[in-house]
Design a protein around this ligand. Structure first.
Ligand code: PGA
Length: 277
């Protein structure tokens, strides 16, 4: 059945931060704060802790948010020292897996083809891929950002079956904006790129399926600039790093998203049919 998407998405990637104890404290505080936020249930939250904190975060989540992993190997098992397999994540009840983050591409030489293998494996294991795309400062300087993002996207989803494609979440995260290296994109830049990503998705998948794939923005998002981004009607949510590392900051973002989520929920008449998430 085709339905309109009920939720904005808001996720945080903790990167290489938080011990198990710190993660438990965070979740406890977040749950307390969520209980006081009106409309919080209009926002689908997801937390992406380091591997070591996935199990306790999932156990403490009370089903209030999805829990993800920051990476995964594409093979089922084998001689891959230091890697984590899809079934290891499934066993922990992981809902999604972040793939192709710019820091993985940059520091660990992940190629578009690696990301493609991981996307296919994740879908096979019923793990939602959060597929990260984004151009470098150099791409931007030479004005090839649209080409770069299209290339990353086309290669990453090659071979994805139409029936599984709506499980994808696409995160546009320009390398020049993330992790404190620069400043956020403008809302106009985000709108332009989200439209481009949507157009590429439309060229790859059936229109109904392509429009069911959420596209979110990440890169220096904070509670001050979040409302601007959320004014971009084409955007399905936000994905943050630093602004989600403290429960009180993340809860403030939930509050901002919830206000927009409630409004969008009421006004949803743009005719964009969505598969149920
Ligand atoms: P940032 O990171 O919000 O700290 O800029 C975003 C990301 O890397 O996903």
């Amino acid at each position: 059945m085709i339905m309109t998407a009920p939720h904005l998405l808001l996720g945080t990637n903790w990167k290489m931060n938080k011990t198990v104890e710190e993660a438990k404290d965070y979740v406890q505080e977040l749950l307390q704060r969520l209980a006081t936020i009106k409309g919080a249930d209009t926002v689908q939250l997801f937390l992406i802790p380091p591997f070591t904190a996935i199990a306790p975060v999932k156990q403490a989540s009370e089903g209030k948010f999805w829990v993800g992993a920051q990476n995964m190997h594409w093979e089922e098992s084998g001689a891959f020292t230091g890697e984590i397999s899809p079934s290891m994540l499934q066993e922990l009840g992981v809902d999604l897996v972040e793939l192709g983050h710019a820091e993985r591409r940059q520091h660990f030489n992940e190629s578009d083809e690696d990301v493609n293998r991981k996307v296919l494996t994740a879908l096979k294991h019923a793990l939602r891929p959060v597929l990260c795309l984004g151009e470098s400062a150099r791409d931007r300087e030479y004005q090839v950002e649209l080409e770069t993002v299209a290339r990353q996207l086309k290669i990453a989803v090659r071979g994805v079956e139409l029936v599984l494609a709506h499980k994808l979440i696409v995160a546009y995260e320009p390398l020049w904006a993330i992790g404190g290296k620069g400043t956020a994109a403008t809302s106009n830049e985000v709108r332009r790129m989200i439209r481009h990503i949507r157009a590429v998705l439309m060229s790859l998948f059936d229109g109904e399926v392509a429009s069911a794939i959420p596209v979110v923005y990440g890169g220096d998002v904070n509670v001050r600039n979040a409302p601007d981004f959320l004014n971009v009607a084409e955007l399905d949510g936000l994905f943050v790093g630093r602004a989600g590392w403290h429960a009180h900051d993340f809860a403030q973002l939930v509050q901002v998203c919830a206000q927009v989520g409630v409004a969008r929920h009421c006004l949803r008449n743009d005719g964009r049919a969505r598969k149920s998430m």
